[in-house]
Design a protein around this ligand. Structure first.
Ligand SMILES: [Zn+2]
Length: 304
């Protein structure tokens, strides 16, 4: 499974730093936030992002992830008083060494429980962000704190400027309550959305892609032991992708997530088709490259 060319579109840079993540056991969402915070406190300056970037990209390469869109929690680093442009520059300097193996885009991830001003400040630098491989904006953090009302204008502006919108919804808040944020923001991609079947029509009509994060949901306990993960019964017309969220915190890899999906009875054809749909839509790949990856996937899953 490791050899299969993969796409990762819901992974957090800070949550993928194995060297900074101790063996803390995560058994709730609040514990997860605590561990995430602990990791951030271990990063001392913008310079650290050079070697951390190297660690991150070498993990992606090792997993044969050929395209990654990863979240970077810039509001956290703004709070720390770091120069966010230096951080982005350093990550890109590390990334440059891996361009023969993989392409990537950065998604600036907001934190719901922070003051909205952190996100609105970013509006003035959107053009500059594009030059630094930023392709989208997202929102993570604690859904229980608030809905996305206060970020509505921010996402409207980001979309108008050509950025992808990829938000965490239905990770902590379950049931129809999640519809409010989904309907309000109308994201291109949504992470988690555990009660996905309630929103089937909306998702299909609006072409929203659902990013599933199996280990993450099991370890935070939002999907209980014995409860079937929604990735296993998602409606047939819903486009989805299996991702890893925070592999260092949840002690997993993307390869492992694919294996879990299949071990639990997930459909290999669905998995392959969704992966192929992603590959076809990645503008950073030449037609030749796409053809080669698609061929590899077809062979791997014996689809011929
Ligand atoms: Zn996430």
């Amino acid at each position: 499974m490791k050899k299969l060319p993969k796409v990762e579109r819901h992974i957090h840079f800070e949550g993928s730093l194995f060297s900074l993540t101790g063996k803390r056991k995560v058994n709730s969402f609040s514990k997860f936030l605590e561990v995430f915070k602990e990791i951030c406190f271990k990063i001392k300056s913008e310079k650290d992002f050079l070697f951390l970037g190297d660690e991150f990209f070498s993990y992606l390469k090792d997993e044969n992830i050929v395209y990654a869109e990863f979240f970077l929690s810039l509001p956290v680093w703004m709070k720390f008083g770091f120069d966010i442009f230096k951080i982005l520059e350093n990550i890109n300097l590390s990334g440059e060494k891996y361009t023969n193996f993989l392409k990537y885009g950065i998604v600036i991830d907001g934190v719901r429980q922070f003051h909205p001003a952190y996100m609105y400040k970013l509006v003035f630098n959107m053009e500059k962000f594009k030059e630094l491989n930023v392709v989208g904006f997202g929102m993570g953090g604690n859904e229980n704190c608030c809905n996305l009302d206060r970020f509505y204008d921010f996402f409207q502006i980001a979309r108008r400027k050509g950025f992808l919108i990829n938000v965490h919804i239905g990770e902590v808040v379950r049931g129809r309550k999640a519809f409010y944020d989904l309907f309000l923001v109308r994201p291109d991609r949504v992470g988690h959305l555990l009660d996905v079947n309630l929103f089937n029509d909306f998702i299909v009509e609006n072409n929203v892609v659902v990013d599933f994060l199996i280990s993450s949901n099991l370890k935070t306990g939002v999907v209980e032991k014995g409860e079937t993960h929604p990735s296993l019964y998602v409606g047939e017309y819903v486009n989805f992708l299996i991702n890893s969220d925070d592999p260092a915190i949840f002690n997993t890899t993307l390869t492992r997530e694919y294996e879990i999906y299949l071990d639990e009875g997930g459909d290999p054809v669905k998995l392959a088709k969704n992966l192929m749909r992603e590959i076809k839509n990645i503008s950073a790949f030449s037609e030749d490259k796409k053809r080669n990856y698609l061929k590899e996937i077809v062979t791997f899953f014996n689809l011929e």
